[in-house]
Design a protein around this ligand. Structure first.
Ligand code: MIG
Length: 693
């Protein structure tokens, strides 16, 4: 059951693609009350019983159950993902209430700011406040939590599917400057037999940070270099920033100005902001013509052989607006420095400290939405979405056969059809390893399946044990990329000592690929989650509902990564009997069956805990150095078969755009025979290719 209500005159976001007629007349709902209408804002509230839980809100801080904090949908470039924050890079306004009075979900489709007060101001109240402007509210009902997610996903359309190679390991660092830096990274991995499929190119590959340019001194023959890397089975993935450098003779700038494709000031001139290239204009990606134009610029890099991109700075991040920079400079100049008291000092300090991403600056510029000039703050949360959509739509034309890798920093529901996201600038903190885990299911609820965090942490100095432990989670996330910031400790695996552990753990990802790819594709094509909180699988189990450091990955396994430094294991809650595989590599593991309940489970620094549910199978391959080398002609099964089990394995060529479940699923069946000494018989078309582990 889905009901839609429209308030005011909303700007069409195209987040929802199903045709749902709006309810006529006044807003009446059993659950949700419309409470206030002050200053053009709308607020809704819902009374929470003591044990009610709230899920959703996609990319965000804090736990899986969102109750007890205030979250603000306001796409923000903020690298410090601490508990004190209210917003990260995305705006994912989907929320589920799992309440004593029943379960329901809602989606606020609005490009402007939305505040979700989930029992923060008043523990017994959920209040949602939508900033001025029109919007649509969807109310969804279903008996189950998974049913609510499925329903939502069915109206927002299919999630983005990357090429299969994008499930390989990627190495990135803000600081690789030239072809030799990249060659060194590839050699570092290949020499030690550590698998690798991609190397990311951060802003330094460009000429003066200009999009769609390549610095010729650093990459003298770029297409040849791309080919050279491909011969080593490495895909280069360049970054694209939102801001277009203002520079005479730079065609992206000149075309944009000529055609009026940039965001405008109130007086109709092009808005000027400051980002990496210095002074920039922002492409008005909300205007379909400008979107198409910007998207087609990616062709320059496609023509050079590039097959994947990451879109950055598209909240959009604003180091400064030119207007405010002038103002700030004047304020500083006008201050008499001979008698600065402490209050004056704070004012001075704040002038520069708060110059980036100022809310006031986001009100200064305008978009052309269907011929109307719309202030940016009304559509702020749609910017990164539409930048990435620009690329995604262009790729459908420019690469009609082959999938292109694409993921973004900023996003909104709807963008999940065009690309994935990475979780932005985290830190090399143990708490962010846990945050990575907790964001996964919330993102999946909102359609974002191709996702992952900067493994090892982006900001701050990482350590060997942190990287190892983080990879032990990262081997399960669709995007598996080690990335770190300029100025931090170098973080490629070979900067540390434990080469062999890294080889075995990263190798495990490749061995698990048949299962992980299959689960990803089934989730994408079926509108399901790949990472599921225990609460969604065992909703009546109060312990499961509180377990926020374990996840189901697909139908067969539960993961429980270690996320504390110096721990030799961790407590794991088993809602039911499971078989634990303690894996050191694809070939080295021990297994034991554990009863339901709480267990302290040992996991050495180089061991991964995989819990298989009863009557389930996990198809694996042998490890490989790159995705194309994973040999699926021989599969081995992790198994916990008490009676019988069946698994539907999905596979395809990994690159064609047209994908369906039909014709790509093969069933593997296993049956336990005999009493005392169980024998497991595998059947189905794949049986001759399957061995047991
Ligand atoms: O202001 O391109 O999140 O991944 O390395 C920083 C440099 C800009 C932010 C991205 C990060 C990237 C960095 N970028």
């Amino acid at each position: 059951m889905i009901r839609k209500y429209v308030f005011g005159d909303p700007i069409e976001t195209e987040a929802v693609i199903a045709q749902i007629p709006a309810e006529p007349g006044v807003f009446t709902e059993d659950h949700v009350r419309l409470t206030a209408g002050t200053e053009g804002m709308h607020a809704f509230s819902y009374g929470l019983a003591d044990k009610d839980r709230i899920y959703g809100l996609g990319e965000n801080i804090r736990g899986i159950n969102k109750r007890g904090w205030r979250y603000i949908s306001n796409c923000t470039d903020d690298p410090n993902h601490t508990e004190t924050k209210n917003s990260l890079y995305g705006a994912h306004n989907f929320l589920i209430v799992d309440g004593a009075d029943g379960r329901f979900a809602l989606f606020i489709d609005a490009g402007q700011q939305v505040v979700f007060d989930c029992g923060y101001t008043d523990r017994q109240k959920l209040t949602i406040t939508v900033s001025e402007g029109g919007f649509a509210l969807y109310i969804l009902e279903s008996d189950s939590l998974l049913g609510l997610v499925h329903e939502f996903r069915s109206i927002i359309g299919r999630s983005y599917i990357p090429p299969k190679w994008a499930f390989g390991y990627g190495q990135s660092r803000w600081g690789y400057k030239c072809a030799d830096d990249i060659r060194r990274v590839v050699r570092g991995h290949r020499e030690k037999g550590v698998p690798l499929d991609s190397v990311y190119m951060d802003i330094d590959y460009m000429e003066r940070f200009k999009d769609f340019t390549v610095n010729e001194e650093r990459f003298p023959d770029f297409p040849a270099f791309v080919e050279e890397m491909k011969a080593e089975h490495i895909h280069l993935v360049p970054i694209i920033d939102a801001g277009v450098k203002i520079e005479e003779g730079y065609p992206v700038y000149e075309e944009g100005v000529k055609n009026g494709y940039f965001c405008k000031n109130a007086d109709g001139s092009d808005f000027v902001g400051g980002v990496w290239p210095g002074r920039v204009h922002f492409p008005d990606v909300l205007n379909p013509k400008a979107r198409r134009w910007f998207g087609h610029w990616y062709q320059v890099l496609l023509d050079a052989g590039i097959e994947g991109f990451w879109n950055d700075m598209n909240e959009p991040a604003l180091f400064y607006s030119e207007a405010h920079l002038q103002e700030a400079a004047k304020m500083l100049k006008d201050t008499k420095m001979d008698n600065v008291d402490i209050w004056k000092f704070f004012t001075l300090k704040d002038i520069l400290l708060n110059i980036a991403n100022r809310p006031e600056d986001y009100k200064l510029f305008y978009h052309n939405v269907c011929g109307k000039m719309v202030p940016h703050d009304r559509v702020h949360n749609l910017y990164g979405y539409n930048m990435t959509r620009a690329a995604g739509e262009a790729f459908e034309e420019l690469s009609p056969e082959k999938r292109i890798l694409l993921f973004s920093r900023s996003s909104y529901v709807g963008m999940h059809r065009s690309g994935g996201i990475w979780m932005g600038d985290n830190q090399s903190w143990w708490s962010h390893l846990l945050l990575n885990l907790q964001m996964l299911p919330s993102l999946n609820m909102c359609g974002f399946l191709y996702t992952g965090a900067d493994l090892g942490g982006f900001g701050a100095d990482g350590t060997e044990d942190l990287l190892l432990r983080w990879l032990e989670l990262g081997i399960f996330t669709p995007l598996m990329r080690n990335h770190s910031a300029l100025g931090t400790r170098e973080q490629e695996f070979y900067q540390f000592g434990a080469d062999d552990s890294f080889r075995r753990i990263i190798g495990l990802r490749y061995a698990l690929l048949p299962y992980l790819y299959s689960e990803f594709m089934k989730a994408a094509l079926g509108g399901e989650m790949m990472f599921v909180p225990l609460a969604f699988v065992w909703p009546e189990d109060a312990m499961a509902a509180q377990t926020e450091d374990q996840l189901m990955v697909g139908e067969s396994i539960m993961i429980a990564p270690v996320y504390r430094q110096n721990a030799d294991g961790r407590y794991v809650y088993l809602p039911e009997e499971m078989k634990l595989y303690r894996m050191r590599s694809a070939d080295d593991m021990d297994a034991e069956i554990l009863p339901a309940g709480q267990h302290y489970v040992k996991a050495a620094l180089d061991e991964v805990l995989v819990f298989v549910r009863a009557n389930h199978l996990v198809p694996m391959a042998a490890s490989a150095e790159y995705v194309d080398a994973v040999d699926t002609s021989h599969l081995r099964l992790l198994h916990f078969v008490k009676e019988e089990a069946a698994y539907e394995l999905y596979d395809d060529d990994g690159i064609s755009r047209s994908v369906t479940l039909e014709g790509h699923l093969t069933e593997i069946r296993a049956k336990a025979e005999g009493d005392g000494d169980l024998k497991i018989c595998v059947s189905g078309a794949l049986a001759p290719r399957c061995g047991l582990i």
